[in-house]
Design a protein around this ligand. Structure first.
Ligand code: PLP
Length: 458
C-alpha cells in the first residue's frame, strides 16, 4: 500500500482527553519552591497568579488522563485533528531510505501549536469568572493564539511583547489588534519591574524572562485578572499532549511507529506534547524510541545549561523551578527564532533529559535557515524559524540513515508557519544573517544570576 501524503484523523478520532506525562514518571520533577520560604509551593499559593483549575493542573502529577472540556473541544474541531504528513519530497531531495513524517500544527489562524493551550487557558479563566488575562509573547505566536482565544471567550487581554519582536514583526501586533488585545513592547515603562530592568540595561532588546515579570506584575496588581503562560508549565505540556496523541493514532493507522522523534525546544511545550505518548511507551518499557530536542546554539538551555533551581522570569517574581537553565539573568542575542529565546526549560523535560530519556542538539541559525529553505522548496510550506530547528534535526537524522542504509521512521513536529518572519528570511537571503554563539564567559554571567539557595549547592 502506498502511504498517503497526508493523513487526517476523523473528528471522532480526535482524542477526548489530554495525557499527563508525569503520571508515568517513576521519579518526579522536583517541586516548585516558594521563593520566600524555599518550601515546596502549595496549590493555593498559585491562585493569585493562575485561575484555580489551571493551578490544579499545574500541581497534579497523579491523574493520567484529563477530560478535554466540551467548549475547548468545539474550538479544537475548527482546526483539528491536524494533519500528519509524509515528507516524500524532502526524502527524495535527501536521497535517504528514512521515512520522514511531520505533524503540522500551523494550519490555524494563529499559525502555531500555541492555540491548543491558549484555548484551554482562556476557557478555564472564563469558567472561574475572570475578566482579564495578561501574558508575555516572544515571537508573537503565543500572543496571537491567546488573543484569538480571549476574543472567542470574551476576555480582555494585555500582552507584553519582547521588544526585538515588537520591532521586527509589526504585523503580529496588528493581528493581535484584530482580536482586541492591548500590546506593549517589553521591557516597558508601564510596570515597576520594566522600569527597573530598563534602568539597569538601557537599550536592551528584551527577553521572554523580562516580559513574564511585567505580565505577572500586571496580573497581581489588577482586579479579577490572572496571568497565563504559553510554554514551560506542566499545564501547557498537558494541553499540548493532543499533538502527540493524534500523531500516535495516525501513525498506528499507517502501521508505523517512530524510531526517532524530533522537536524544537524553546520552553518545551510542543516537544513535551509531541513526545508524550512515545515517552510513555519508553517509561513503561513498551518501546524505546529516541527522543531528540533541538535548540538554538544562541540559547542552549539543554546542551550548555545547568540543572538547577531558578526563577522563571528576569525580575525574580515567579516561583522557582528546577530545570535546565542559563540563569534568569541571561539575555540571549537577538536571534530570529524568538520563540526559542528562553533561559529555562520545562521542568518535566528537564527531569527526563537529566535521567537520560532524551537527547539534545543545538544548531546555528544559518544552518537552520538552510534547512528551512530546503523544506519550503520541497514540501511547499514556509516554516517558522522555531520549527525549522526540528526540520534541521530531522534532516540530520535522515542523512545518518543514508550513511548507514537504515530505513528508520522519523517523526518531527512542524510547529508553525513563518509568514510573519519575513524579516528573518530577508536577512538570511541577503546573506546578512550571522550566528551568535555565547562564550563560556557570557554563559557564566547568566549562571551567576542563579539563586544562591541550599538546593543549588549540592
Ligand atoms: C513558541 C513556539 C515554539 C517554541 O515553544 P515550545 O514551548 O518550546 O514549544 C516553537 N515553534 C513555534 C512555531 C512557536 O510558536
Amino acid at each position: 500500500m502506498k502511504i498517503p501524503h497526508r493523513l487526517y484523523l476523523t473528528e471522532d478520532q480526535m482524542p477526548r482527553q489530554w495525557y499527563n506525562l508525569r503520571s508515568d514518571m517513576k521519579e518526579q520533577p522536583d517541586p516548585l519552591l516558594n521563593p520566600g520560604t524555599l518550601e515546596p509551593l502549595k496549590e493555593e499559593e498559585l491562585y493569585p497568579i493562575f485561575c484555580e483549575a489551571l493551578a490544579h493542573q499545574e500541581m497534579d502529577a497523579a491523574t493520567p488522563f484529563v477530560d478535554i472540556p466540551e467548549a475547548v473541544r468545539n474550538v479544537y474541531l475548527m482546526y483539528r485533528p491536524s494533519p500528519l504528513v509524509r515528507a516524500y519530497e524532502l526524502e527524495k531531495a535527501l536521497d535517504t531510505p528514512a521515512r520522514i513524517y511531520y505533524k503540522f500544527e500551523g494550519n490555524n489562524t494563529s499559525g502555531s501549536h500555541k492555540l491548543n493551550s491558549a484555548v484551554a487557558q482562556a476557557y478555564y479563566a472564563k469558567e472561574q469568572g475572570i475578566t482579564k488575562l495578561t501574558t508575555e509573547t516572544g515571537a508573537g505566536q503565543w500572543g496571537t493564539a491567546l488573543s484569538e482565544a480571549c476574543s472567542y471567550f470574551g476576555l480582555d487581554l494585555d500582552v507584553f511583547m519582547v521588544k526585538v519582536s515588537y520591532e521586527q514583526k509589526p504585523f503580529r501586533k496588528a493581528v493581535m489588534g484584530v482580536f482586541d488585545a492591548h500590546v506593549t513592547a517589553s521591557p516597558s515603562m508601564e510596570t515597576e519591574i520594566g522600569r527597573k530592568i530598563l534602568a539597569e540595561h538601557p537599550g536592551t532588546t528584551g527577553s521572554l524572562g523580562c516580559a513574564i515579570s511585567e505580565a505577572v506584575e500586571r496580573a497581581t496588581t489588577t482586579p479579577n485578572c490572572r496571568y497565563v503562560l504559553g510554554s514551560v508549565l506542566n499545564q501547557v505540556l498537558l494541553h499540548q499532549s493532543i499533538i502527540g496523541l493524534e500523531s500516535a493514532a495516525a501513525l498506528a493507522e499507517l502501521g508505523e511507529y517512530p524510531d526517532v522523534v524530533v522537536g524544537c525546544a524553546g520552553g518545551g511545550s510542543n516537544l513535551g506534547g509531541l513526545i508524550a505518548p512515545f515517552m510513555r511507551d519508553k517509561l513503561t518499557g513498551k518501546k524505546n524510541p529516541r527522543i531528540v530536542a533541538v535548540e538554538p546554539a544562541s540559547c542552549p538551555s539543554f546542551t550548555r545549561g545547568r540543572y538547577a533551581y531558578d526563577f522563571c522570569d528576569t525580575g525574580k517574581v515567579t516561583p522557582m523551578a528546577r530545570m535546565y537553565t542559563l540563569g534568569s539573568g541571561f539575555i540571549p542575542s537577538a536571534s530570529h527564532a524568538g520563540g526559542l529565546r528562553y533561559h529555562g526549560m520545562s521542568p518535566i523535560l528537564s527531569k527526563l533529559y537529566h535521567d537520560g530519556y532524551m537527547e539534545a542538539v543545538a544548531y546555528k541559525q544559518t544552518e537552520v535557515f538552510d534547512a528551512a529553505v530546503l523544506f519550503a522548496k520541497r514540501e511547499t510550506i514556509l516554516p517558522a524559524p522555531e520549527s525549522a530547528h526540528a526540520i534541521k534535526g530531522a534532516i540530520d537524522e535522515a542523512l545518518k540513515c543514508k550513511e548507514t542504509g537504515e530505513a528508520k521512521t522519523i517523526l518531527f513536529g512542524l510547529t508553525g508557519t513563518g509568514y510573519f518572519d519575513m524579516t528573518a528570511y530577508e536577512s538570511y537571503l541577503s546573506g546578512k544573517m550571522s550566528d551568535h554563539i555565547p562564550t563560556d564567559e557570557e554563559l557564566q554571567k547568566g549562571f551567576d544570576s542563579l539563586p544562591d539557595i541550599p538546593q543549588n549547592r549540592i
